[in-house]
Design a protein around this ligand. Sequence first.
Ligand code: GLN
Length: 242
Amino acid sequence: MELLLYHFCPDTLNLYGDRGNIICLRKRCEWRGITVRVEEIKNPDEVRGSGCDIFMIGGGSDREQAIATNRLAPLVKEIKAWVEDGVSALTVCGGYQFLGEYYETKNGEKLEGMGILPFYTKADEDRLMTNILVESETFGKVVGFENHGGMTYHDFPTLGKVINGFGNNEESGEEGLHYHNLIGTYLHGPILPKNPKIADYLIEKAYERKTGRKLEPLEDELEKLANQTVWNKFLTSKRTKY
Ligand code: GLN
């Protein structure tokens, strides 16, 4: 049993160890006897065949996001179709913003996004840079680290409520986006090793879609301990912006 994972733009969108999410997905699959074939997609012609089971896009600076958008523009229709069809996807920070319609910089310059989903991001004077805790109905306690100037606005379901930190923007108190099996999030860290429920959600949706079978749970003693430790540590700390 093999799952195909496309890692988009690993050369430009690769902040804060986002690649660790792939190592985590791969390992959790390996423990269950599932192989993950990772293909790095830097140019549209590297996408062959009818699609993938999971895709991942990491974070990057405004400049790198613009480069990635231009490069992957020919894949918009395909990526949209995968999302609608329930392909599992994890998109982090710049990679999350990049799915929307545009990103307006601090100087008022509008950088076009991929336009996969109808939302937008606008940069503010402040940079939201802090450890973040999110209470999620689907995933329980979610922990991570955020560092972004862009504030994202949308009407989609979110990952959950921000308990400490900022999330999508300074007003909503909500973090991320959850649409079909796509997760957009500001959480770097990387997010998956300390949030195994999110990792398994992505794997399970891909596995079920392909085989019709449920995923076997793992013990996750260490992962749960890491999640709880970070949660306790930052629950009372002050959120900071720069
Ligand atoms: N360029 C974006 C911002 O600063 C994304 C940064 C990131 O991916 N960490 O808002």
